[in-house]
Design a protein around this ligand. Structure first.
Ligand SMILES: NC(=O)c1ccc[n+]([C@@H]2O[C@H](COP(=O)([O-])OP(=O)(O)OC[C@H]3O[C@@H](n4cnc5c(N)ncnc54)[C@H](OP(=O)(O)O)[C@@H]3O)[C@@H](O)[C@H]2O)c1
Length: 270
């Protein structure tokens, strides 16, 4: 283990009470890091903090209620961390809004909110963390969908595409500062009822590409340590990504559109 790895003391995790976020939080605590976690709901977050405090009595767990779509809320989070005299060593940009459905079926507010949370909020937080702390590692959750044009999930996939491109570029810019930057692009994760349903509706394909939140979190953190640029958990997902490099975007959009269109029909999603 390098000296820098030994110095890691505090990790900031957004969306920590969610399916993948809670797995990240536990993995990071298991690594021996203290955490600052964010949630959107005070009661749910406090319940999660209480359960963590019972399990990890030797580590510090701080929480903050924030909304990534609100700039003031992000500023307040940074102020809270600074007031506590904490340096954030590792940032995990996990929070995200999963938006399913056709572009014309979703409300304009929902479309814009996905961009506000997944893109604007994540960019603003990453920038503020870099400006205010000596951060050594940044891990951002994108999606396998971020590599493709995805009809019926177009806005979500596009927001994740921005994150993937941004993080690979930022990694290069931050090399002189010695900051590790990785982006993880998971396939399906059975976290929310909607995602469980989406995975099931894809039959065999859904089953072999889906991975548990615990697997994704542990795998991504292991690869972040090794400074891997783009992390794709699961062999089937890496294979899909490899093959898709030889297919045009137009053809990909057609076949992904067919697949999601069919799955959404089964699930009665327009
Ligand atoms: N599930 C999948 O199949 C899948 C696949 C690839 C990538 N991902 C990505 O994995 C990440 C975690 O998703 P998940 O599957 O664990 O779903 P989830 O349980 O719904 O988690 C999403 C998290 O984002 C937080 N969040 C939502 N809106 C927010 C806002 N305005 N401000 C701050 N936080 C907000 C939520 O916080 P609260 O719980 O406090 O409301 C929640 O903890 C997301 O970035 C998602 O895009 C998921």
């Amino acid at each position: 283990m390098s000296q820098k790895d030994n110095q890691i003391k505090w990790t900031l995790i957004t969306g920590a009470c969610g399916g993948l976020g809670s797995a990240f939080t536990k993995s990071v605590l298991n690594e021996g890091s203290n955490v600052v976690i964010t949630g959107t709901n005070a009661e749910k977050t406090q319940k999660f903090v209480d359960s963590l405090k019972k399990e990890y009595q030797n580590l510090q767990i701080l929480s903050f209620i924030m909304d990534l779509s609100d700039e003031k809320s992000i500023v307040a989070l940074i102020d809270y961390i600074k007031t506590n005299n904490i340096n954030i060593d590792k940032l995990i940009n996990n929070a995200g809004l999963i938006v399913e459905g056709g572009f014309l079926e979703l409300s304009e507010e929902k479309l814009l909110n996905a961009i506000r949370i997944n893109c604007l909020g994540t960019v603003a937080l990453t920038r503020k963390v870099l400006d205010n702390f000596d951060v050594r590692e940044i891990l951002t959750v994108s999606s396998l969908g971020g590599f493709y044009p995805m009809p019926y999930m177009s806005i979500y996939a596009s927001t994740k595409s921005l994150l993937e491109k941004l993080m690979v570029a930022l990694r290069q810019e931050l090399k002189p500062r010695g900051v590790k930057v990785s982006v993880v692009c998971p396939g399906g994760i059975p976290t929310t009822p909607a995602m469980k349903d989406a995975i099931a509706s894809q039959g065999f394909g859904g089953r072999i590409t889906a991975k548990s939140p615990e697997f994704i979190a542990n795998y991504a953190l292991k690869k972040l340590k090794k400074n891997k640029a783009v992390i794709i958990p699961g062999f089937a997902n890496r294979f899909v990504r490899f093959i898709s490099r030889f297919v045009s975007e137009k053809t990909l959009a057609k076949s992904v559109g067919k697949m999601w269109g069919k799955a959404n029909k089964k699930r009665k999603i327009k």
